[in-house]
Ligand binder design. Structure first.
Ligand code: ATP
Length: 320
């Protein structure tokens, strides 16, 4: 293996730059040439590919987003698109690829591996929703960003004795809501992995009020329903008036946390190591404190375990 390439795809996530930097530096350290592909699979097919130097990734580890830009490119689901992408890589003499992204990006990587092109996938998404790893790049930064906002919302909620519904991202996964719910002392956490009843939520609000609590926070995962819909249902149910905050894309930005910088560096380093050993068709993850490697195709077929789902019950017992 002489030349490898890296791309970022799907939603950007803090920590992607740390992974790119590690890939470039480790690759060059090992005597490889490293290429960057701009705009994910769209850039691959268009040949938007350029050589990266040690200096190109200087001063990037602390930056959010991705210096390689990202894009959605649905055409890559077709085998013709994938073959065009491989042709472009071959034109540049590239013989191994690292893809950083979410499960859609993994599917692209799996397709390339099936076609015989050595590809390694790194989990990069704030949603923490990829099987085969306990943490994805960007999750830690996102939950810290959410907590920062919820702490501010709590000040105003307390001053006006209000109930806030805070909608957070996560697609179909409740991890962001779960971790920020417990981390902010939310009275209720509503996530797609667990059934909820308005009865229970009303009880949680009223228990707090009886104890003299001046604020109520309901942390809602977007995968359940949107914040306004939830607030309307609560109002219909018990005539509760709530304020809704949709945190939105602020959750995707910002300088990566220490943990995401270290995870990105670990993942990037190991991805290069795997390609150097002639391995492809694998995805990298973290389990306990160990870096783990799994088959991409098998991983995509697996249902994801939600690590720390026990936090849901713990919150019920400590947030009243
Ligand atoms: P996030 O979950 O953070 O948004 P993601 O990687 O899941 O990230 P997607 O938009 O689902 O984001 O996928 C990113 C890109 O991966 C798509 O635009 C497409 O180019 C490619 N992709 C998605 N699904 C497939 C597939 N089945 N086969 C090949 N390529 C795919």
């Amino acid at each position: 293996m002489k030349r490898i390439a890296v791309l970022t795809s799907g939603g950007d996530a803090p920590g992607m730059n740390a992974a790119i930097r590690a890939i470039v530096r480790k690759g060059i350290y090992d005597g490889l040439e490293v290429y960057g592909i701009n705009y994910g699979y769209a850039g691959m097919v268009a040949g938007d590919i350029h050589r990266l130097t040690v200096d190109d990734v200087g001063d990037t580890i602390a930056r959010g987003g991705t210096v390689l830009y990202s894009a959605r490119y649905p055409e890559f689901s077709n085998v013709e698109g994938q073959q065009k992408g491989i042709e472009q890589l071959k034109k540049f003499g590239i013989d191994g690829l690292i893809v950083i992204g979410g499960d859609g990006s993994y599917r692209g990587g799996a397709a390339l591996s099936k076609l015989g092109f050595p590809t390694i996938a790194i989990p990069g998404t704030i949603d923490n929703d990829i099987p085969g790893t306990e943490y994805t790049l960007g999750f830690d930064t996102a939950i810290n960003t959410v907590l920062d906002s919820v702490d501010k919302i709590r000040d105003t909620a307390t001053s006006h004795v209000r109930t806030f519904v805070i909608e957070v991202m996560g697609r179909n996964a409740g991890d962001i809501a779960l971790w920020t719910g417990i981390g902010s002392g939310a009275e209720s956490i509503v996530i797609p992995e667990m059934n909820f009843s308005m009865d229970e939520i009303v009880k949680e609000i009223e228990d707090g009020r009886r104890r003299g609590k001046k604020h109520t926070i309901i942390m809602l995962a977007e995968g359940v329903m949107n914040g306004n819909e939830f607030a309307e249902k609560l109002q219909e149910y018990k005539n509760y008036h709530t304020r809704v905050t949709v945190l939105g894309h602020v959750q995707r930005g910002g300088s990566p946390s220490a943990r995401d910088r270290v995870l990105g560096s670990l993942f990037g380093y190991n991805a290069v190591q795997l390609l150097k050993e002639g391995k492809g068709g694998l995805c990298i993850g973290i389990s306990g404190s160990q870096v783990v490697f799994n088959d991409i195709i098998e991983t995509l077929e697996r249902k994801r375990d939600v690590p720390y789902l026990s936090l849901y019950q713990i919150n019920k017992e400590i947030s009243f």
